[in-house]
Write a protein of this length. Structure first.
Length: 365
């Protein structure tokens, strides 16, 4: 089987997408990935300029970034480029990111089976994206996300159904929850001061630096040990640590998480599910108001796995909330039990690969 993955660097969509692609490749499928800058994966990559323009516009003026995104999401040239790419590469199945609306339209025009990957909670796609401002904006260009999604062979939600507020939404009746592609290991508590990991977005969202600074100030006043990871994001200024707060750029969260008592994150789905799979409580501080981050924060709080605060929260409020979570046995126990549950499930990448490979519409060799 030959699978062509068409994606773009929207941020947290890349880890689950590559997890599914790598799982198919491990089973012997021929896998190619289009839309990522060179070197992002060891899998075979093919050029796809409309998506690569998203990465190349990073750090440029907002107008250039917006133009690149608009071209990818709704450009007629992007539709034609996608259909040509598929006809030239002749895959047995196209696996495509749900946000890539114009490429999806082009893929559907070729007659090749199309599987769509949704990389966060179904409630976001059914409510905030399709029925919200993004969906309305795309409809002005003649693109209706929900109608395009409905024409695909498979619609795979790479998230946990139990936690998803949209699990009973009629709009998602023909979607399939694979479970999260993130994996974890059990926590390893030790006799020491509480340890906290701070990991906001690796995307260069405006205004992150003051959020980081307020978090550092709050943690510097508490009897904790903290590690702040910036993920290579350009913050636009210097971020200073404190005696008990270490600042690091890139670091493997998988190495740190088993030793953490709390994570302060921005509500990105990939990071959130990785933390939860390790059984660690969360404090979510959403950075991007138009994304799924607020929904993930409220979902974490509703499930009793932590709390959320607006990014404008003061150091005093952050410190009080951190102290409250760390002293709450019910939250710690709920996070531990939820981590056990997630680790007991089949990895979502394996389930997604099964659905792709076994689809009756996909031609197998």
């Amino acid at each position: 089987m030959k699978a062509l993955f068409i994606t773009a660097d929207f941020g947290g969509n890349i880890p689950p997408t590559l997890a599914v692609a790598e799982e198919l490749a491990a089973r012997g499928a021929e896998v190619e990935v289009a839309g990522l800058p060179g070197g992002r994966t060891d899998l075979g990559q093919v050029a796809f300029a409309p998506a690569e323009a998203i990465a190349s516009s990073a750090g440029r003026r907002p107008v250039a970034q917006a133009a690149a995104m608009l071209s990818l999401m709704a450009g007629r040239k992007t539709i034609r480029t996608t259909s040509s790419l598929i006809r030239n590469n002749r895959p047995d199945v196209v696996v495509i990111d749900c946000m890539a609306a114009a490429p999806l339209r082009g893929a559907l025009s070729t007659g090749v089976p199309v599987v769509i990957l949704f990389h966060t909670l179904g409630a976001y796609w059914a409510r905030s994206f399709d029925r919200g401002p993004m969906g309305r904006a795309l409809r002005l260009t003649g693109i209706r996300p929900g109608e395009l999604w409905a024409r695909a062979t498979e619609r795979l939600l790479l998230t946990d159904r139990t936690l998803d507020p949209g699990r009973d939404d009629p709009a998602l009746h023909d979607f399939f929850w694979t479970g999260t592609t993130e994996v974890g290991t059990p926590p390893r508590p030790t006799e020491r001061r509480p340890r906290i990991l701070v990991a906001l977005s690796s995307t260069d969202w405006p205004g992150m630096l003051p959020v980081y600074r307020r978090i550092v100030t709050a943690l510097s006043r508490l009897p904790v040990e903290a590690t702040v990871t910036t993920g290579g994001a350009r913050l636009g200024g210097q971020l200073a640590g404190a005696a008990n707060v270490e600042i690091r750029d890139w670091v493997s969260h998988a190495e740190l998480l088993p030793h953490m008592d709390l994570v302060i994150g921005h509500g990105g789905h990939s990071t959130t599910m990785k933390v939860l799979a390790h059984g660690v409580p969360l404090l979510v501080m959403p950075i991007n108001a138009t994304s799924d981050q607020r929904l993930i924060g409220t979902t974490v709080k509703t499930a009793g796995l932590g709390d959320w605060l607006p990014k404008s929260a003061s150091p005093d409020t952050i410190g009080e909330t951190v102290t409250s979570i760390l002293s709450n046995d019910a939250v710690r126990d709920a996070a531990f039990e939820n981590g056990q549950r997630l680790r007991g499930l089949r990895p979502g990448a394996e389930v997604a690969a099964d659905r792709i490979a076994r689809s009756p519409h996909v031609r197998l060799p």
